[in-house]
Design a protein around this ligand. Structure first.
Ligand code: NAD
Length: 478
């Protein structure tokens, strides 16, 4: 079956094909079609025509909500198969992939409901003869560009609100993990998305992503990925003054005061950083611990990290899968070398696993470094892998200063039994999400996004819909 979907037809495209690699054993899962420059043109033209003259824009929000609800039902029907493919493609465990599919289903349902309640508003002008209304309209053709770590989930955060708002879309998933994005487009087709409303192009950033960001027929770019790519996209989009929403990296502090439950914090701190082998934008990669608790916590987390069972994400006992690619593992090995060189103390991991059955894949042992200083590269840059660094603090002010000492501002955690302190620290942290006595969960109704260099957009929640809307003012002098 061809992998590109343009103007309501599955097609092979003109960019040749590319192999999709299973990170567990470096084997080929399948070869997928790649888009060429003419496919980019055709997809944008199809989305443009479907927006400008097609039946989609005049549909009611309730009708669009119905489409999203049908997609949610199909996701429930196909959950096991989609989760299996996500695990093959990304290496994450099947348990994680199933949670992803459930979360994606919830996102489609959330925006289906919200679309039906999104009415705009009346504004009081002080003049009874004037009716002033703010109405919500779609932005137009949206290019949705996604990363490889949560391919299905990240796409759902974009495509569900974009369609709920009445836009048409051209999807460009990561070339590293494109498979479940194709499956989702099949479900959108099955659910009845009209011709040209949803299109998907496979290919890399240079040959497909960049032309979309420069294309005059595209009105908006919604991008999730790395900082450097986000900066390049913002520059490219400036030429045609596109709306740009970027969701970028993170370097997320997890701050632990001594008055917290030891066992709970150990469990959570480990999951916060080693989930999906640390390849999570909101990973709690910087553990910042109060002096009194520091040594015990570091020792216990080190012991527990050594026990994490690596393996095939499809196998039941696996607690963590491989990194997504050889390139990603090489990056992690480089960070480990720099941490050693800069004087961090290795507490756990720091090498590839020795088990014979893990030699073909891109595995790396969960790694913990203590005695880290804020000037170290491993503290300053997003590692995006299974590395936990530990720093210590003396008091609340120092904890906040360390937590904010990063160019990123995506997420952070604070652990304490003192509710007043929890609130003070949560408000002082310059991060888009702060968890108190937890780390990692989210709900579709609450906004997600970064401050500072973690991005300028918000996904999820009502703001996640507003990103894809024009708010037009109509002044009616009756
Ligand atoms: P990446 O920036 O390398 O690639 C992301 C996407 O952009 C891919 O589809 C890629 O093909 C495309 N791309 C590359 N160059 C492009 C260009 N010049 N023009 C247009 N598109 C281009 O990121 P990645 O390695 O796939 O993902 C990892 C990054 O994503 C990490 O930094 C992570 O923190 C971030 N991320 C952020 C969030 C969030 O919610 N803030 C969520 C997940 C991942």
């Amino acid at each position: 079956m061809p992998s590109l979907y343009i103007d309501g037809t599955w097609t092979s495209g003109s960019g040749g094909s590319a192999e999709v690699i299973n990170p567990f054993d470096a084997g080929v899962i399948e070869a997928v079609d790649q888009a060429g420059p003419d496919d980019v043109e055709r997809a944008v033209a199809a989305a443009r025509a479907a927006f400008d003259g097609g039946p989609w824009r005049p549909t009611s929000a309730a009708e669009r909500g119905e489409l999203l609800r049908r997609v949610a039902d199909l996701l429930v029907r196909d959950k096991e198969e989609i989760a299996r493919v996500e695990t093959l493609d990304t290496g994450k465990t099947l348990v994680e992939s199933r949670i992803d599919v459930d979360d994606v289903t919830a996102v489609f349902r959330y925006y289906a409901d919200l679309a039906g309640h999104d009415a705009g508003r009346l504004v009081d002008t002080g003049n009874p003869a004037v009716v002033s209304r703010v109405v919500h309209e779609p932005v137009g053709v949206c290019a949705l560009i996604t990363p490889w770590n949560y391919p299905l989930l990240q796409l759902s955060w974009k495509v569900a609100p974009a369609l709920a708002a009445g836009n048409t879309v051209v999807i460009k998933p990561s070339e590293v993990t494109p498979l479940t994005s194709v499956l989702l487009v099949r479900l959108l087709e099955e659910a009845g998305a009209p011709q040209g409303v949803v299109n998907i192009l496979l290919g890399d950033g240079r040959s497909v992503g960049a032309p979309l960001t420069e294309h005059p027929g595209v009105d908006m770019i919604s991008f999730t990925g790395g900082l450097a790519t986000g900066q390049a996209i913002m520059r490219a989009a400036a030429t045609t003054v596109k709306r740009v929403a970027v969701e970028l990296g993170g370097k997320n502090p997890n701050i632990v005061f001594a008055d917290t439950d030891f066992e709970t914090v150990v469990d959570n701190a480990i999951t916060a950083v080693f989930l999906h082998a640390g390849q999570v934008c909101s990973a709690g990669a910087r553990l910042i611990v109060e002096d009194a608790l520091h040594d015990d916590l570091v020792a216990e987390i080190g012991r527990r990290a050594e026990r994490i069972r690596l393996g095939n994400g499809l196998d039941k006992g696996t607690e963590s899968g491989p990194l997504v690619s050889a390139a990603q593992r090489a990056k992690i090995e480089d960070f480990v070398a720099s941490a050693h060189a800069e004087g961090a103390r290795l507490v756990a991991g720091g090498h590839r696993p020795e088990e014979p059955d893990l030699q073909k894949g891109f595995f790396y042992r969960p790694t913990v470094f203590a005695d880290c200083r804020r000037d170290m590269r491993v503290i300053r840059e997003e590692t995006f892998g299974p590395i936990l660094t530990v720093e210590r603090f003396r008091d609340e002010d120092e904890a906040i200063a360390l937590g904010n000492d990063t160019e990123y501002g995506l997420s952070g955690g604070v652990w304490t039994g003192d509710a007043g302190r929890a609130e003070r620290v949560a408000r002082a942290l310059r991060h888009g999400t702060v968890w108190i006595n937890d780390f990692g969960p989210y709900v579709p109704g609450a906004e997600w996004g970064g401050m500072k260099r973690s991005g300028n957009g918000r996904e999820l929640g009502p703001t996640g819909l507003a990103e894809y809307q024009e708010h037009k003012h109509i002044w009616h002098n009756t």
